[in-house]
Write a protein that binds this ligand. Structure first.
Ligand code: ADP
Ligand code: MG
Length: 167
């Protein structure tokens, strides 16, 4: 954590607080997500571990947010991600008028490519919604927040909890 200088708070979701920060040595701007470790004693992988595992199991893809580093911090973990300007919920909220059809198509295409990539890597996201779709300064969409993600087995031999989904 000493390697980073916190520049401000970006967001807060259900599972963690996200800060904008600068790597002191390289000057790189990142998003730091602090996640607490809970329910470890019952032996189930908790949300933080799920997120780390899902992201680490995937190779880099331009439609999935890049995890740059993970380190333990205060009984939990800090995940360092590439910094993104905004998320789709904010973009829609601050738009003066409804997004143009071409813009919607472009976001949808990037979303579908990202989802296809996750599925090709046997990861189901299970929490796709505008706040979890990050938008870069150049308008690129990337899927983020793998806190509810799971590895699935293509042969259907695993059992999954039902009703875990976001519309
Ligand atoms: P939670 O599990 O708490 O929902 P998220 O990973 O969805 O956490 O992050 C919460 C919010 O923080 C996002 O909706 C987004 O606005 C912001 N955020 C998350 N990651 C980044 C990032 N890499 N760059 C910029 N903002 C981010
Ligand atoms: Mg989220």
């Amino acid at each position: 954590m000493d390697q980073y200088c916190i520049l401000g708070r970006i967001g807060e979701g259900a599972h963690g607080i996200v800060f904008k920060a600068k790597h002191v040595e390289t000057g790189e701007i990142v998003a730091l997500k602090k996640v607490a470790l809970r329910r470890l004693e019952d032996g189930f992988p908790n949300q933080a571990l799920r997120e780390i595992k899902a992201l680490q199991e995937m190779e880099d893809n331009q439609y999935v947010v890049q995890l740059k580093a993970v380190f333990p911090h205060g009984g939990g973990f800090v995940l360092a991600f590439e910094f993104m300007l905004s998320d789709l919920a904010e973009v829609v909220r601050h738009a003066q008028r409804p997004l143009a059809q071409a813009q919607v198509k472009s976001y949808l295409q990037m979303l579908l490519k990202g989802v296809a990539f996750c599925h090709a890597n046997n990861i189901v996201h299970r929490d796709l919604k505008p706040a979890n779709l990050l938008i870069s300064a150049s308008g690129q969409l990337k899927i983020a927040d793998f806190g509810l993600a799971r590895v699935f087995s293509p042969d259907g031999s695993r059992l999954y909890t039902h009703q875990v989904a976001t519309r």
